[in-house]
Design a protein around this ligand. Structure first.
Ligand SMILES: [Zn+2]
Length: 205
């Protein structure tokens, strides 16, 4: 191999690694843009009723499981979800830590320091729970949602030192659900999310 070929090869390798990371916004910016509970106007959860989780060891993907038609107000949806979670389910709060809308905007749900809740048989303690709006048994996720999932998974993996091997979907832990739905689960199954997150973590952040 000549020096020139070696250099080209090295640049190509670097390019393959860095190009997606460079085109994406820094993780600190992803973090800054998360719509906080205070910003979307939720009422904070009662810390006395919370189960604390000291360590995040897993990142687990969910879907809403109901249609989320274009034009639906995400904040109205979040308020309704919070009301239902507390009044009907008697949970501390929204069961998920983050919710991604149709525009790929990320909203804070339950505080990450509190363990999530579930209707199914797994114990979500230590899991950072991400919900994407829509029913992915019926519709495909859009690219903004996919990008936001990658951004958020990378942010959580970086901040909490979670292995990309610990990125899974709800149904990987429960036989009682198809969540996060066939058309979103596919991106976990074929390695798309784990690969994109790895690239994101290899780049500057
Ligand atoms: Zn789920």
């Amino acid at each position: 191999m000549t020096m020139k070929t070696m250099l080209t090869h090295a640049l190509l390798c670097a390019g393959v690694l860095l190009a997606p990371a460079l085109s994406a916004q820094p993780l600190a910016e992803v973090e800054r843009q998360i719509v906080s509970v205070a910003q979307w106007g939720a009422t904070p959860a009662d810390p006395a009723a919370a189960r604390k989780q000291d360590e995040i060891t897993h990142i687990t993907l969910h879907h809403q499981g109901e249609p989320f038609p274009a034009g639906t107000d995400p904040v109205a949806y979040l308020r309704k979800l919070q009301g239902w979670s507390r009044t009907t389910k008697h949970w501390l709060d929204i069961p998920y830590h983050y919710i991604i809308d149709l525009d790929g905007r990320i909203y804070e749900g339950r505080k990450l320091e509190y363990a999530g809740d579930t209707n199914t048989e797994y114990d979500p303690t230590g899991h950072a729970l991400i919900e994407v709006v829509g029913n992915f048994e019926e519709v495909e996720p859009n690219q903004k949602q996919l990008d936001a999932v990658v951004d958020l998974m990378a942010l959580l993996a970086a901040r909490h030192k979670v292995s990309i091997d610990a990125i899974h979907g709800h149904k990987d832990y429960s036989a009682q659900t198809v969540c996060p739905g066939e058309h979103l689960y596919r991106y976990l199954q074929d390695g798309y999310f784990r690969q994109k997150v790895a690239l994101r973590l290899a780049g500057p952040h």
